[in-house]
Design a protein around this ligand. Sequence first.
Ligand SMILES: *Cc1c(COP(=O)(O)O)cnc(C)c1O
Length: 307
Amino acid sequence: GISVTGVMKATLGSPKVAKALLQAGVHALGDSRIENIKTMRQMQITAPIILIRTPIPSQIDQIISCANISVNTEIEVIKKLSVAAQRANVTHSILLMIELGDLREGVMPDQVENTVREILKLPNIYLQGIGANLACRNGISPDSKNMSELSAIAFSIEDTFKIRLNIVSGGNSANLNWALNDSIDVGRVNELRLGESILLGLEPLENKPIPGLYIDTITLVSEVIESKIKPTQPWGDMGLTAFEKIETTAEQSFVSQSILAVGHQDTDPKGLQAPLGINIVGASSDHLIVTAEKHRLNIGSEVRFQI
Ligand SMILES: *Cc1c(COP(=O)(O)O)cnc(C)c1O
């Protein structure tokens, strides 16, 4: 009974990926950035799109025109959405995000009733449901306790205001272990927003592969631009580096060192996993330095990293 919003932000709104996800059965697409949502709209993606970061006030008009739903936590912002929606003569749906302990976005539970009362007064705004997001800032795991709290808040809003909440969005990929556990009751949660688990096949809390999913659907491929035998230890007086503090050891030897044309500007080098026999030993903005244990890497050859 849980439907999936396919979260597109890691692909910058790639229309190809959007189409694949829609074909696979996601009920909506989600993105945190209006730029990516615009890209999808320009490429004729007509499916419902949810803005999953609370709207940037200066982008309200674009949000009204491109996104069907947005997640929200500030009444000030929701009032601006209402004004813009009236001007555009549309109804904009919102999900009210509830703080459940990870301390990123959300209204504190004791403020929910007041906030909903304000929301329901606003023309051209439809409170489609509530949601929560855990794990992203403090690694707080979704569990029966915080998810039951979310369900209880949904029931309480419906009771107090005599309305029906269509969506109770429980969270992100970090909710999967909870959601797929047969012995739990998912309560009112009927939607999850999934990005990483679909794209990378990984469960984020423990960074483990999810059984049955591929973990190499997206790989980083980079070309070798220098390949030489070099000493393992730098020489000369040492100041700060562009990025990391260097630990030196006294031992000097020689290695087969190569440079790949990718760096901090493209990715987080710490998140890359090199193929067997290749070690990542350093990175700067546009250079990734690797050593090869056995064979020298040829100039122009490609190395594939898991991300
Ligand atoms: C990024 C994000 C998601 C998707 O998270 P994954 O861990 O990639 O599944 C869901 N909800 C919100 C609010 C997000 O910012």
